[in-house]
Design a protein around this ligand. Structure first.
Ligand code: 26W
Length: 821
């Protein structure tokens, strides 16, 4: 399949390039990998190809770094516990315009670039939405030319590998570094010490006045930087993603070693290794383990030291930090950075509390990504105090300041003051990281219009009252390079022929496609592209799962983390209902459909794992039932990751965005599907609301309760049992599942899961069922009228350019960070 290159070069110049690249690959193979072509493995070719291109990145990287230094302008620092990057090779080659040349250069050596590209492991240093957003933002910041550094953790094991055994999720360790990582540069010289525990000493002057505090940790580790270049579109700018790895200060404890305790001598080493070894796999409830808090502090402290060092290398004092640095907190995971900067300002650089607080509050900005109460981070005070005693003191001092401000206003009741406090006082005392991030930041943003409104009304209602100008909205976006140009070359080719190349640099130009939405010839070509993408997915499913699919069926896709609020269960129940109907009315003209599911469940999330098992059980029964005659197929693709998304999304006809309204902060998969010409079936939740505004109500299928209706029902305590009794289709499907039709060996397996729908139906699965089933039949109707279907999906592609992360990043730059973009 033809891949696109961003800047077609004159043929002769390109030929020179290709020959030069081909020679460089051989040289690299020889001198840097240490192999002759005849004995090189595919991995060796991959390494050599990456290094050849990486060399071309380095000049631009150094140039970008020097430009930032010379200008001494404001820099952006994006602190994130997660970066869900995926593969980097195609991204870098394509952004540098080298994709076609590298393909040809490798072909000269009889190497197929697609085969070696598939060997590159996904860098899965994230769980889902939040981590992927950080990766899109890094690419966009480089593309719109913002001097930015990403800071995170170099986990040895990223998100676990998922296998499905007998329908159950099994978690296996992920080993992305097994063959080394040709993209990264280790910076041993740039290591910082990070401490834990110990005591706080007070230094007093001769006259007995308290001068300052000194924290004397009793554990110390080194944070070593690993840098990865992030190449922007057309190579304009190359930014740095700096990931920290923990190392022992003393690799071998000589005293112990000399005393013959050879194992004990490695104690420090083992502890350090444990610190950055593995990513926590829960994306919506806080694990609450000490190691997690250690990880948060470790990477925040290393990052803040690095930022302070860089600032002081160019500026006299830290008083000017807010003019030179915007430090962005990606959710509360790095919120401890607020207290760490305060500590450095006061205890190391001699600022008094007021100065330090002024500098801090004008330097940090914070994004909230979820309103789910179980996902809001808080730490027990005793744990916090033991691990970070000085930070605990600082948090108390900040709290005193905030509570005073609230109490000095007549408008605040004692309840409201309590809700603003950084310390949760009912029962076990806990430090609230959301409140810390909120008060420590000059800007607090949500990730879609609806989510931002809900933030103001719910979690942060009282803080919003105290700081009414702080909360703002920045609707999420996705990078169109990875999520269109790279993943859908067929569509890109068609777009270039139809509306020219302008959209590749200015995504809003996709609008020109609107004029072709009803053009029959264009619709046919658009459909042919989709068909080819579906055939590719059919191949993947055949290879990995041995299931044969019909590419002319409607491909109905729900791929994302498995969570009750995302309501994969609603989709599965509707699938079971459809299966019932097909069997009871086989003579009807049913529409062939394939239901795709993929996603991981947090290992400790019981119901989510049960939902995976159910999807697999339903798939097994339906796929082997001859009476549905292949009209309905269900596929659960194991081990969903970024690379898999890049194959599935371009092949989707229908995008399932069906979360309980009010619970999905934004969603970003919804944007990727729409951009690649899928129709959305969804609730008015997260960014779906804004997608509807962009594509038009007539080009999206909306169903279900709205956010305020969900809240009202939850508050009044509704009666789901009555709802179920009233819907025959739903009742039958639920009875089938809970009586063991899909789990004959364990007939009770789904009793509790389904029982919950009768009891409380917290996520409104039963309540929204009829409306969802109706919406699905509307989808059937549209699919049958092919010109209407393609008119709608073409308009989706044409009208969602606004969801580019370049737009999002420009808004962050102009409205929050105040840096030129
Ligand atoms: C403390 C455990 C934990 C870990 C991760 C709690 C919460 C998280 C994340 C905030 C969850 C997350 O990824 N949220 C998603 O963020 C996306 C990017 O803004 C949104 O599009 C999704 O709607 C939101 O669920």
């Amino acid at each position: 399949m033809a891949k696109t290159s961003p800047s077609p070069k004159p043929a002769a110049a390109k030929q020179v390039d290709v020959l030069k690249l081909a020679a460089e690959i051989i040289e690299c193979l020889k001198y840097r990998v240490g192999k002759e072509p005849s004995v090189a493995t595919r991995h060796d070719w991959l390494t050599a190809s990456i290094k050849v291109v990486r060399d071309r990145v380095i000049d631009r990287w150094i140039d970008s770094t020097r430009r930032a230094y010379d200008q001494n302008g404001k820099r952006v620092y994006y602190l994130s516990m997660e970066f869900l990057i995926g593969r980097l090779m195609r991204d870098a080659f394509s952004n540098l315009g080298l994709m076609d040349s590298m393909r040809e250069a490798l072909a000269i050596h009889d190497v197929d670039i697609d085969i070696i590209a598939a060997l590159e492991p996904d860098a899965a240093l994230g769980n889902g939405g939040l981590g992927r957003l950080a990766a899109c933002f890094m690419e966009s910041m480089a593309s719109v030319d913002i001097p930015a550094h990403g800071y995170g953790i170099r986990y040895v094991h990223g998100l676990f590998r998922q296998e499905i055994h007998d329908g159950w999720q099994v978690e296996l360790p992920e080993t992305w570094l097994e063959h080394g990582n040709p993209w990264e540069f280790e910076r041993r010289e740039g290591a910082y010490e990070v401490g834990f525990g110990g005591k706080v000493a007070s230094i007093t002057s001769k006259d007995g006045r308290l001068e300052r505090h000194v924290w004397k940790p009793n554990e110390r580790f080194l944070a070593v930087a690993f840098d990865t270049p992030v190449v922007g579109w057309r190579g304009k700018r190359v930014n740095t993603l700096r990931l920290w790895s923990a190392m022992p200060v003393d690799p071998i404890l000589l005293d112990a070693f000399n005393a013959g305790d050879h194992i004990g001598a490695l104690r420090e080493s083992n502890k350090a290794e444990a610190l950055t070894r593995v990513l926590y796999p829960a994306d919506s409830h806080q694990a609450g383990q000490e190691l997690r808090l250690r990880q948060e502090y470790f990477f925040s402290a290393a990052s803040i030291q690095d930022i302070v060092r860089r600032h002081l290398s160019q500026n006299e004092s830290l008083s000017s930090l807010p003019e030179k640095a915007a430090i962005h907190l990606n959710d509360t995971h790095p919120a401890i950075a607020v207290a760490e900067l305060m500590r450095l300002l006061m205890d190391v650089h001699g600022h008094d509390f007021d100065e330090a607080w002024h500098i801090t509050r004008h330097t940090f900005a914070y994004t909230n990504h979820t309103l789910l109460p179980e996902a809001l981070e808080s730490w027990p005070v005793p744990l916090f105090e033991r691990l970070l005693p000085r930070h605990m003191q600082i948090i108390y001092a900040i709290n005193a300041e905030i509570l005073l401000k609230a109490r000095s206003s007549d408008d605040f009741t004692e309840d409201q003051v309590r809700s603003i406090s950084l310390i949760h006082e009912d029962g076990e005392r806990r430090v609230r990281m959301g409140n810390l991030a909120f008060v420590g930041a000059f800007s607090v943003n949500g990730v879609s219009a609806l989510h931002t409104d809900l933030m103001k009304e719910t979690v942060f209602a009282d803080l919003h009252k105290l700081y009414p100008n702080r909360i703002n909205n920045k609707t999420n976006g996705i990078t169109p390079r990875r999520w269109l140009l790279q993943c859908n070359p067929g569509l890109v080719g068609l777009l270039r022929e139809t509306i020219g190349d302008r959209f590749m640099d200015d995504i809003d130009a996709l609008r020109d496609l609107d004029a072709y939405a009803d053009d029959t010839a264009f619709q046919e070509r658009f459909a042919a592209v989709k068909r080819a993408n579906k055939e590719q997915l059919v191949g993947l499913v055949a290879d990995r799962m041995g299931i044969r699919l019909d590419p002319s069926a409607l491909f109905d896709v729900q791929i994302k983390r498995i969570h009750e609020y995302k309501r994969q269960l609603l989709n599965i129940i509707e699938t079971v209902a459809l299966y019932d109907q097909i069997r009871s009315r086989p003579e009807k003209d049913w529409l062939p459909r394939v239901k795709f599911f993929a996603g991981k469940a947090a290992p400790s999330y019981h119901n989510a794992k049960l939902i995976i098992k159910l999807a697999n059980d339903v798939a097994r029964v339906i796929n082997s039932d001859p009476s549905v005659r292949g009209l309905l197929k269900v596929v659960f693709l194991p081990n969903y990751n970024v690379s898999m998304a890049e194959v599935i999304i371009p092949a989707a006809d229908l995008s399932e965005q069906i979360s309980t309204a009010g619970l999905e902060a934004s969603g970003t998969g919804n944007m990727k599907f729409a951009l690649n010409g899928a129709l959305t079936i969804g609730t008015l939740d997260g960014a779906n609301v804004e997608i509807r505004e962009c594509v038009g109500d007539e080009n999206i299928v909306i169903f279900g309760l709205k956010a305020d209706e969900v809240a009202a029902r939850r508050a009044e305590g509704h009666n789901p049992r009555a709802v179920i009794e009233a819907s025959q289709e739903l009742r039958q499907a639920l009875e089938a599942i809970s009586s063991g039709v899909f789990s004959p060996d364990q007939p009770d397996l789904y009793k509790d899961l389904i029982g919950g729908l009768y009891e409380h139906d917290w996520f409104m699965v039963a309540v929204d069922f009829d409306s969802y089933a109706d919406a699905q039949r509307r989808v059937d109707g549209i699919w049958r009228e092919s010109p209407r279907w393609y008119g709608m999906t073409i308009r989706n592609t044409a009208r969602v350019g606004w969801f580019s992360s370049d737009r999002t990043i420009r808004q962050y730059a102009n409205e929050i960070w105040k840096v030129p973009a």
